[in-house]
Every structure is written in structure tokens, then in C-alpha cells.
Design a protein around this ligand. Structure first.
Ligand SMILES: Cc1ncc(COP(=O)(O)O)c(C=O)c1O
Length: 410
């Protein structure tokens, strides 16, 4: 018997696919005009076979690169065994995932969820419950202090405490109970905290705001203040965590252990959505059966991939790479200051780069870089962010910096 002949089906071009999305996909994003069809490691390939260096890494969801062999293998193995039970039953993968994650974070208990926003929502609920059950805040009066320019997700409660009008406008009424203070301002934080405060919720580095890094001492100050005032410190490490900044968690740069750590993005290895609230036992212990949940939270496929992610992090290799290559990134960007770059902030393999606005908006620079085979994403105005997979090589990183230099000089 002869092997069946492969009939080549006429495929749609990138332009066809972009046009086809327009009437049927909600316009809540404005993607760069590239249609990715395949990817491996730090490289993606479009429908026509053009290759691009991925310098965004799925907003840090792809810290280990596209289709890391160990993660793909873990997913395949689990797909052949069991994918979902719901939490109505136990599954044989959840305990190991939670044990490893508790060990990695130095905390006690894990609340497994799926997306980052869900982890944040869950943390808000847990903090409020802790305030009522443990701290003794009168029912309905708990407050949570957050930072201006934050990004914690897109649900109605989360946008209630956003300061980004585009994210909020048209979506009210909003959830009360949040106080907003300037980021990186301990005095303002101290003034906002009182006996009703359940928690202070901040990003150790504000990613979406343009990779804004607080002054040395801020994170340690938040830790000290929250401990002294008897409220919880919730660190949203959904983007900053899991190796990105050169440490496993960005709070480690100041030797801080928060009461609650929120993880997502890279925890799913770029394969499945996996997020988690990790906390001390007396904090997560406030939840009882029926009070919170999610059908997919802690599913065996997510737990298997999440466990494999933790195994990769336990080697320390990715943190070391991010720290070492972070120096290359920082030095490369420093050379561009005055030549099209007006400023930048970098920690590990993560940088927010402010482009001279007379050269172009962040979007325009991103489009020009795309034509040079480099994929990045703008944040606000003329700022672009660079966050390659932590598997990026020095040569690849230098080629991205060279492309940026060419684009800025053009
Ligand atoms: C710090 C932070 N928290 C929460 C989220 C929300 O995550 P998700 O998009 O998975 O809901 C993000 C996403 O960018 C984030 O950067």
C-alpha cells in the first residue's frame, strides 16, 4: 500500500487571516500585523515562514521560551493520563505541585487558579476574609491599599482600582474598598493604612506601567510597614516573578517575603493558564469549602506543567541567565541613550525603554522592529518593553539591540 499523498490545501496568507479576524474577533487588542504559526525557543515563524526573535515572550508567560522540551514532555505525559477532574475529586498531581510551589516561595499553602486576574481577585477575597476573621475589621469595612499606575488584570473589581482611564471608562459601577497611593512612596502608603486595612497590594516592579522599578528600600519598607500595622503584604509577581528579574521572585532583591505571593503567566510554561495565590497558612486558612473555587484551578494538566516549571526554576539556571544577560541588555541600552533613547529602566532580562517621541510612538517603533525581525510591544506613549525568553542567547540579545539601534537611526 502506498502512503497517502499529502494534498496541499491552499492556506490563508497573513493578510487574509488579519482581514478574517476583523469582523469576528472582538477588537479589545491592537496586535502587530504578524500572524504567528510556529515557534521554538526564542523564535517564532509567521504563516509565510518569516522568522522573528520574540522579545516579548508573551508578557513573560514564555520565560522558558516557546515549547521548552521539558515542559512539552510533561504536558504530553499528562495528556496521556488525565486532564481534568474538577476539584470535586482529588487528582494525583495537585499535591506535588503545591508542595514544590510552597517550597519555592518559602510559604505554606497554595490556592491554584488559572489566569493572573483570577489570582488577584482571589487574593482580594482572601485578604478581606482575613481582615474580618482574623484582624477583626467590622464586616464590610475592609480596605486594600494599591499603587497608582498599577496593572493587576481586567475584571470589574480589578479595574475598580486601576488609574488607567482606558481600562476603566465605561465599565462602572466599580467595587469600593480600595485606596490608591503613588507607587514607590512609603509616606503616602503609611498615611493610607489604618485599622480597616486588610492588605497592601503592589507589583514589586510595575510591568505594564513601563517596567517601573521602585527605589531601593521600598519593598523592604512595605514589608516593615505592613508588619507593624498588622495588615498583609500582597506582592503581585505575575509578571515580575519566576526568574524574569534575575531572581526567582523580584521581592528577593530586597530579601522580602510577602504574606501573599501572586503568580501566573510563566507558571503555565506558555502551555496552559496556571496561576496561584501562595500564602502563609493562617492567611489562606481562612478559606473553607464552598467559599471560593474554579472548575479548572489545580487541574492535573496545569499541575503537571506547573511542577515541571518549578523543576526548571529549581536548577537556578534561568535566574542566572536573566541576571547575566541582564547586564548585556542594560549596557546595550545605556549605549543608546542620547541616540534615540531618552531613558530606560531594566532589571534582569526586562526593560522599559523610553524612545525619543520625535522618532516615533512605541507602536511605530514596534512596527519598525517587526520589519527588522524583532517582536516587541509598546506600553504607553513612546515606551517599549523588552522581555525576551530567559533562554535567549547573548548573540540573539545583541542582534535585537543592534536592530533597535538601526531603527532609531533610520
Ligand atoms: C502584574 C500583573 N498582574 C496581573 C495580570 C493579569 O494576568 P492575566 O492577563 O493572566 O489575567 C498581569 C498581566 O499582564 C500582570 O502583569
Amino acid at each position: 500500500m502506498t502512503a497517502p499523498t499529502r494534498v496541499s490545501v491552499p492556506t490563508r496568507t497573513s493578510a487574509d487571516l488579519i482581514r478574517a479576524e476583523e469582523p469576528v474577533v472582538a477588537h479589545n487588542y491592537h496586535p502587530l500585523p504578524v500572524v504567528v504559526a510556529r515557534a521554538e525557543g526564542t523564535w517564532v515563524e509567521d504563516v509565510e515562514g518569516r522568522r522573528y526573535l520574540d522579545m516579548l515572550a508573551g508578557y513573560s508567560a514564555l520565560n522558558f521560551g516557546h515549547r521548552h522540551p521539558a515542559l512539552i514532555e510533561a504536558a504530553h505525559r499528562q495528556l496521556d493520563q488525565l486532564t481534568l477532574t474538577s476539584r470535586a475529586f482529588h487528582n494525583d498531581r495537585l499535591a506535588e505541585f503545591a508542595e514544590r510551589l510552597a517550597e519555592l516561595t518559602g510559604l505554606d499553602m497554595v490556592l491554584p487558579m488559572n489566569t493572573g486576574a483570577e489570582a488577584v481577585e482571589s487574593a482580594v477575597k482572601v485578604a478581606r476574609k482575613w481582615a474580618y476573621d482574623v484582624k477583626g475589621v467590622p464586616d464590610g469595612q475592609a480596605t486594600i491599599v494599591v499603587a497608582a499606575e498599577n496593572f493587576h488584570g481586567r475584571t470589574t473589581t480589578i479595574v475598580s482600582f486601576s488609574t488607567d482611564e482606558t481600562a476603566r471608562s465605561g465599565f462602572g459601577p466599580f467595587t469600593p474598598g480600595f485606596r490608591i497611593v503613588p507607587y514607590d512612596d512609603l509616606a503616602a502608603l503609611e498615611a493610607a493604612v489604618d485599622e480597616t486595612t486588610a492588605a497592601v497590594l503592589i507589583e514589586p516592579v510595575q510591568g505594564e506601567a513601563g517596567v517601573v522599578i521602585p527605589a531601593p528600600g521600598y519593598l523592604a519598607g512595605v514589608r516593615e510597614l505592613t508588619r507593624r500595622e498588622g495588615c498583609l503584604f500582597i506582592a503581585d509577581e505575575i509578571q515580575s516573578g519566576l526568574g524574569r528579574t534575575g531572581r526567582t521572585f523580584a521581592v528577593e532583591h530586597e530579601d522580602v517575603v510577602p504574606d501573599m505571593l501572586l503568580l501566573g503567566k510563566a507558571l503555565g510554561g506558555g502551555i496552559v493558564p496556571v496561576s496561584a495565590v501562595v500564602a502563609r497558612r493562617e492567611v489562606l486558612g481562612v478559606l473553607h469549602p464552598g467559599e471560593h473555587g474554579s472548575t479548572f484551578g489545580g487541574n492535573p494538566l496545569a499541575a503537571a506543567v506547573g511542577t515541571a516549571v518549578i523543576d526548571l526554576l529549581r536548577t537556578g539556571e534561568f535566574q542566572r541567565r536573566a541576571a547575566a544577560l541582564g547586564v548585556v541588555l542594560r549596557d546595550g541600552l545605556a549605549e543608546l541613550v542620547g541616540d534615540g533613547v531618552v531613558g530606560f529602566r531594566a532589571r534582569g532580562l526586562w526593560a522599559g525603554v523610553d524612545i525619543d517621541p520625535t522618532i516615533g510612538t512605541g507602536r511605530e517603533i514596534s512596527e519598525r522592529l517587526m520589519r527588522e525581525g524583532i517582536l516587541v510591544k509598546d506600553t504607553h506613549g513612546s515606551t517599549i518593553r523588552l522581555a525576551p525568553p530567559l533562554t535567549v542567547t547573548e548573540e540573539e540579545l545583541r542582534s535585537a539591540l543592534a536592530a533597535l539601534k538601526r531603527v532609531l537611526a533610520a
